[in-house]
Design a protein around this ligand. Structure first.
Ligand SMILES: CC(=O)SCCNC(=O)CCNC(=O)[C@H](O)C(C)(C)COP(=O)(O)OP(=O)(O)OC[C@H]1O[C@@H](n2cnc3c(N)ncnc32)[C@H](O)[C@@H]1OP(=O)(O)O
Length: 445
């Protein structure tokens, strides 16, 4: 018997909500991931009148999670005014977490398994987990399982004679397989593609100018709920300038050398790298019927998505280049080219990540050799790129970035379509640790 499951339903984006993003160590120092995600979720519930509603699913995650947060998203649902019978689970795909959560829930909506969902993410550097070393952990576990005081003391005795075991292990942005930070990995790719300091600073400046203007124009008024006394992202600098950015000292790639052993110029600074950030975001999805029955706005459809991986381990190159492979697959499958896109929302892990991505798509040899295309994939019209700013200015609380971008993209395509009377499309691209890239296509509804 043929399956009766519909496979062609649309998953629509109704709207998003986030808390203002804050630089690590500032406004949210005493705030947990659960507090932040609950606030983002509760703001979404309030905006769309979902109090007491049983949603199909809430999915999201955090890249840096405390061990007590075994199902962080479910705990946030229980702390919200959604119906407690709303199922929820954690998912983690590094910086791609929020967008991957959107892919998971929209696939279920498209399959008819659920009618509504929230996807999002949260991350905090300020309340990041601090672990203990393996030897101390084993001793503590052994002591915990001990049946007598004597056995407990015996388990803990080695710790007394090894004070170094007490040293905590703080999280960092190092790749487990290479030990290099994201910034150091990007610096290798930046040098390989010959990306200049000026080009990176230009991207950073535009990001701040665009985000600042969008805040001033009220674009984020229905996308962000004030939290803990903060009503705007506190990293955005309306007063930054090319001169100020040019004065900053390089922080990544300072010891890189070329094939001839000569030092390479270090070009990546605190100004053209994303700052470490705290924040959370959530996006509401539904089937079109579910949204219309409740008179909810339908901004856009979540058309399709593609995830890719790259081998960065051998040669340590291209860690953040996986979207370069994912996007051609996504667009080709949908019969589109870069020219068919109205808005490019490319996550600015580093300004250089955006620039190396664009350069790779313009490089015929790279596209042939690495992507199996017949020639260059194409050129991105820079006037369509991150028009309301991106992670360099907003900050990048890892798992929360996907939700920020999705909500922005849905609002942008909806407004453009309303203005022109013709459909508008946004391409979303998020690079992630582990050599991963998550990309998606959103179209005005
Ligand atoms: C898949 C992915 O997304 S990978 C990316 C993952 N994210 C990361 O790896 C995070 C990368 N970022 C970092 O590690 C850190 O933010 C760093 C190392 C780049 C910078 O850290 P810090 O040195 O603590 O940054 P800090 O905020 O103090 O900035 C340094 C200086 O630059 C200045 N500055 C930063 N941005 C700007 C700007 N846009 N305009 C003017 N000045 C600026 C600051 O004011 C500060 O100046 P000061 O020293 O006079 O106070």
């Amino acid at each position: 018997m043929a399956s009766s499951i519909p496979t062609t339903r649309e998953a629509v984006i109704i709207g998003g909500n986030r808390i203002p993003f804050s630089r690590a160590g500032k406004k949210y120092v005493r705030t947990s991931n659960q507090d932040m995600f609950t606030a983002a979720l509760e703001g979404l519930v309030a905006r769309f009148g979902l109090q007491g509603e049983r949603l199909g699913e809430v999915v999201g995650g955090a890249v840096l999670k405390n061990s007590r947060d075994f199902n962080l998203i479910r705990e946030s649902v229980l702390g919200s005014s959604l119906a407690p019978v709303t199922p929820a689970y954690d998912l983690q795909q590094a910086c791609g977490t929020g967008l991957e959560a959107a892919i998971a829930v929209t696939n279920k909506i498209k399959l008819g398994q659920i009618e509504s969902a929230v996807a999002g993410g949260t991350d905090t550097i300020s309340d990041a987990p601090i672990a203990v070393g393996d030897r101390l952990r084993r001793a503590l576990l052994q002591a915990n399982h001990a049946r007598s005081t004597g056995d407990r003391v015996k388990a803990l005795l080695p710790v007394l004679s090894h004070p170094k075991w007490l040293a905590p292990e703080t999280p960092d942005t190092g790749e487990p397989r290479t030990g290099l930070s994201m910034g150091e990995h990007q610096a290798i790719t930046t040098a390989k593609w010959g990306i200049t300091r000026e080009a990176q600073d230009e991207i950073a400046l535009k990001s701040h100018q665009n985000l600042y203007r969008a805040w001033e124009e009220g674009f984020f008024d229905d996308l962000v709920t004030p939290f803990r006394g903060l009503s705007r992202d506190d990293n955005v600098r309306g007063d930054t300038s090319a001169e100020k950015l040019a004065k900053l000292k390089p922080v990544f790639g300072k010891s890189l050398t070329g094939e001839d052993g000569a030092p390479q110029p270090a070009t990546m600074t605190a100004g053209n790298s994303t700052p470490l950030t705290d924040g959370a975001s959530a996006v509401l999805f539904g089937s079109r019927d579910w949204a219309e029955e409740r008179n909810l706005p339908v901004l856009a459809t979540f058309v399709d998505a593609e995830t890719a991986g790259v081998d960065f381990v051998h040669g340590h190159e291209g860690l953040l280049m996986a979207p370069v492979a994912a996007v051609p697959r996504l667009l080709t499958r949908n019969g589109l080219t870069l020219e068919d896109i109205d808005f490019f929302e490319i996550h600015e892990a580093f300004a250089a990540t955006v620039l190396t991505t664009l350069a790779a798509w313009e490089d015929a040899d790279y596209c042939r050799d690495e992507l199996g295309l017949s020639g260059a994939f194409g050129k991105v019209d820079r006037s369509k790129l991150n028009v309301n700013g991106s992670s360099l200015a907003a900050g990048h609380p890892f798992a929360a970035t996907g939700g920020r971008i999705l909500a922005t993209a849905a609002k942008l395509v909806h407004a453009r379509a309303a203005e022109t009377g013709t459909p508008a499309r946004a391409l979303i691209s998020v690079c992630a640790a582990g050599g991963l890239g998550v990309t998606a296509l959103v179209e005005s509804a």
